[in-house]
Design a protein around this ligand. Structure first.
Ligand SMILES: CC(C)(COP(=O)(O)OP(=O)(O)OC[C@H]1O[C@@H](n2cnc3c(N)ncnc32)[C@H](O)[C@@H]1OP(=O)(O)O)[C@@H](O)C(=O)NCCC(=O)NCCS
Length: 169
């Protein structure tokens, strides 16, 4: 998979730049991102960022990732579908700090939901408000493996308020 994407949020950024920096190609191209499947060579970067941003770094498998890149092929974001015995979980979503708020996270999350193998899309997160806008709802009950993960602080120290959320496709 290799898709060129422009999000709604980014279009407005581009319009803003068109007005401000007439003819500035660099600014105009800043909004372009490409989505592709994760590759083995991405994993060192993803592993480092997962540690830095305190994301779930258990069982990292490049085949389960979607990666967003800019037009220079730099990775600007990623996310994955993690497989458990009884369910799948959308997770390990991260966007480069300098590219946040442009809709890249939303584009990745929507692409992951789209390709999710089950109608039930689970997530464990402390960013409940962020995921509510996609239609995820908090759940006190859920697969035991996710309950265990929550009680283990999402495997990552410092994220103490992780909740289980579910979206039905
Ligand atoms: C969470 C994250 C992936 C969002 O990526 P992004 O590309 O900046 O998000 P988008 O541009 O799609 O959405 C931005 C919107 O989300 C909101 N948002 C961002 N972080 C948020 C948070 N922690 N809680 C609630 N809302 C949040 C912004 O306010 C913005 O709102 P608006 O659309 O009303 O202006 C990014 O901030 C990130 O990488 N954070 C660090 C890693 C992390 O915590 N990942 C989630 C693990 S479950």
């Amino acid at each position: 998979m290799n898709l060129e994407i422009r999000t709604a949020a980014r279009s407005s950024l581009i319009n803003h730049n068109e007005k401000r920096d007439h003819g500035d190609k660099e600014a105009l191209n800043r909004g372009k991102i490409f989505l592709r499947d994760g590759l083995k060579k991405d994993m060192a970067f993803i592993q480092a960022k997962a540690a830095e941003w305190r994301l779930d770094d258990e069982s990292l498998d490049h085949g389960r990732f979607i990666v967003a890149t800019d037009d220079k092929k730099n990775i600007v974001g990623f996310g994955r579908i993690k497989r458990y015995e009884e369910c799948y979980e959308l997770g390990t979503v991260g966007v480069a700090a300098e590219r946040r708020g442009e809709g890249i996270g939303e584009t990745i999350v929507r692409a992951l939901i789209e390709r999710f193998p089950t109608r039930q899309v689970w997530i464990t997160t402390d960013l409940t408000e962020y995921f509510e806008k996609f239609g995820f709802q908090m759940r006190s009950r859920g697969p035991k493996e996710l309950r265990d993960k929550i009680s283990n602080n999402c495997r990552v120290k410092g994220r103490r308020n992780c909740k289980m959320m579910l979206l039905r496709k």
